[in-house]
Design a binder for this molecule. Structure first.
Ligand code: AMP
Ligand code: GLY
Length: 448
């Protein structure tokens, strides 16, 4: 309960002595329009008393929530909607509004102060918004990560010398947000030196005016998700993401072609190391540096021989990992997020399902390069034993679902094993049809 909040939806968790209290009015606004936001709003809509709005949403979110035609960057429009509709919780899906300061905007506005917001302030969002900031944060807080050097035009020579000191392959990262494309991994030193020049020269616009050069880490990647209220935290189900377009991890990088949760190599011993070496030092560092962080922390990790290293921080949930993770969270998700915003995550009931979730992404032909939109989609009424989260869809003038993005639908199924979940997911994938449809057929195979 925020000081001075006397509205009828205020929840006094402390007075509840560990019991959850259902707020009277749980009007929730989710920002975003992808599969992640469909999964978040799908889970929230199952909470008692929750009324969920999604801005701007997609054809899938319109079935389980109310879509609102406001862009995620339109802070004034979001403010007006929140006040007009008594929104008590704002859940920010993508990183851009967080990096652009939506939390600071809400906290700094008298009328908006009682709206709870899930996400860090703009300083905390720099963990994702600036790779150089994230690396310095990790160095200050003793968090294991690859050795690195931050380079700009002024110390280009140091950058070249650092590259020469490393073994191939060479990792170059644009400092700023570059729509997931700002990382280059190069086999030859000549190529690395030349690409370093290109990046500093504007290859990714202003995002690569500063570049982080990193030592290459050998291992297996996984995504670990944390929900924190700044003091306490919950470890959400972890997941493995499949980034390349083609089977066997071949071809171009994408936003993500599928996910599996849980991840067999994330053993209890490994997760204990993640908590001790990464999660707790990260939260301690954020607190010591006075960062207002009530929200999700997505740890992109490399498991190197059983030891976790941070490859990247994201300040939001992953996509398509969320489409797998949400199906394994047991308990009232709205309760969890209200408690997160109110600083009493230690008081909520939360459990993970023992089942395995497999998510397969259906994408438009041509993706991640140029693709067409507006293709009619069929087969939804034949789905059975899965959830089809919409990633890039919209309704045409006749109210029919059509494609509206590169990543189109994320089909998630649960099973008692990866094999069972895969079978159910792929059985349903085969039923959804649209011109040019593509998907990977090997999601989860490497984990068997
Ligand atoms: P990022 O945007 O930082 O997640 O990087 C994109 C991808 O590049 C990661 O998912 C990894 O597969 C790879 N990558 C990034 N940094 C490293 C590193 N230091 N060593 C090995 N692979 C890396
Ligand atoms: N699936 C990776 C991401 O959301 O960044």
């Amino acid at each position: 309960m925020y000081p001075g909040d006397t509205s009828k939806d205020a929840v006094d968790w402390k007075a509840a002595q560990g019991q959850h209290v259902t707020a009277v009015r749980r009007n929730i606004l989710v920002l975003g329009s992808g599969g992640r936001e469909h999964a978040l709003s799908w889970k929230l809509a199952q909470s008692e008393g929750a009324k969920v709005f999604v801005a701007p949403g997609n054809a899938g979110t319109s079935e389980i929530a109310t879509n609102v035609n406001i862009k995620v960057g339109d802070f004034e429009g979001i403010k007006k909607f929140c006040l007009d509709n008594e929104i008590s919780l704002l859940v920010v899906g993508p990183e851009q509004p967080l990096v652009d300061g939506i939390v600071d905007f809400f906290r700094g506005d008298e009328a908006l102060r009682k709206v709870r917001v899930i996400g860090p302030d703009s300083i905390g969002a720099q963990l994702e918004g600036s790779k150089a900031y994230a690396k310095e944060f990790m160095a200050r807080n003793g968090i294991p990560t690859a050795r690195c050097l931050t380079v700009n035009q002024a110390n280009l020579n140091d950058g070249v010398a650092f590259l020469k000191s490393l073994q191939p392959p060479y990792v170059l990262k644009a400092d700023g947000l570059a729509a997931g494309k700002g990382v280059l991994i190069l086999d030859s030193l000549d190529e690395a030196v030349s690409e370093l020049g290109n990046m500093l020269g504007g290859k990714f616009g202003s995002a690569s005016a500063t570049v982080v050069i990193e030592e290459f880490l050998k291992g297996i990647e996984c995504s670990v998700f944390v929900l924190t209220d700044g003091e306490h935290y919950l470890l959400l189900p972890e997941a493995k993401d499949y980034k390349r377009i083609g089977d066997g991890d071949t071809g171009l990088n994408t936003g993500g072609m599928g996910a599996v949760s849980p991840v067999p190599f994330c053993t209890p011993a490994f997760l204990q190391k993640v908590e001790g070496r990464i999660v707790r030092p990260t939260l301690k560092g954020l607190k010591a540096e006075d960062v207002d962080y009530k929200g999700f922390i997505f740890l992109g990790l490399m498991n190197c021989g059983g030891d976790p290293y941070v490859i990247e921080y994201n300040v939001r949930m992953g996509d398509p990992e969320t489409e797998a993770v949400m199906t394994r969270i047991e308990g009232d998700f709205a309760n969890m997020l209200y408690a997160c915003a109110d600083g009493c995550l230690d008081k909520v009931h939360y459990a993970k399902s023992d089942k395995t979730a497999v998510t397969v992404m259906l994408v438009s032909g041509g993706y991640p390069e140029a693709y067409q939109k507006g293709k009619l989609m069929t087969g939804f009424n034949q789905l059975n034993g899965c959830v089809a989260f919409h990633a890039g869809t919209s309704l045409d003038n006749d109210g029919q679902v059509v494609t509206a993005g590169g990543r189109v639908i994320a089909v998630t199924a649960l099973g008692h094993s990866i094999t069972e979940a895969r079978e159910k997911a792929y059985e349903n994938v085969a039923k959804i049809k649209f011109e040019g449809e593509k998907h990977r057929s090997d999601i989860g195979l490497d984990l068997l």
